[in-house]
Design a protein around this ligand. Sequence first.
Ligand code: 7PM
Length: 288
Amino acid sequence: MKLIISNNKKVDLTFPKVMGILNVTPDSFFDGGKYNKVSCAVDRVFYMIKNGATFIDIGGESTRPGSDIVEEEEEMDRVIPIIEALASRFDTIISVNTSRTLVMKQSLLVGAHLINDVRCFSEKGSLDVISKFRIPICLVHMKGTPKTMQRKPKYNNIISEIKDFFSEKISYFELHGINKSKLLLDPGFGFGKTVSHNYDLLSNLKEFNCFELPILVGMSRKSMISKFLNVSFDKCMLGSITCAVIAAMQGAKIIRTHDVKETMDALHIVSYILKKSNKFNNKDTNKC
Ligand code: 7PM
């Protein structure tokens, strides 16, 4: 499986790859406020690339549960100078975590490669921007909004509900001129899900291979780990890597993480096992 980024940029997704998280919000629960200066962000990204990150995901708006909306201008000021600096220095794939049309457009103009929108391109005009730039996009499942999503989320069958969501979105984007090969699918761990829902998802993750699109997962230091283990966010690394391994063994192709080096160690072993057992091409999966 390959992901075409642009004419001269492709990523081989036969084996899982790492997406390093760069939060440039002042309030992020884990690394907030540390990388909001351009030079600090450049250093941090250099370190992540050196340790094996293929993608860098930059976010200027906190979407963690209960967070407030950030003003557009503020989000622009946080992310655009950093994207510009990264694009001129590194050959990494720059993903932007945003829901705003203007931020998407400006990011792409200064060199971003991928848009990761947890609100699935619901803002007016965003579809036009992504179709014009022909870039890959990540479709994330979320029930509710960041402000309200953790107020007693309920599902009858979380797997079939998310499969229906993906089917609907794939058709919708294809209808609007976005090639299916540009889509990444993310079941959205922590976005309107209880701890138990998140583990229902993780234990059935291989079900989503039926779409024959790359699966991206983000569980790094989320409450499915901290609440389950009853530890603070800063003591969640091994739990996060365990979840990453469980996902990658089921065919997840991109692991979004705070801990690039440690996740890469785990994924090297996963890749070798997938290769030896001939399970890296997800050919054993059923149709949706
Ligand atoms: C709960 C806790 C929800 C922390 C979200 C967060 C993902 C993402 C984030 C993900 C994709 C935070 C994160 N999580 N993008 N952005 N997938 N594609 O750092 O799982 O606040 S945000």
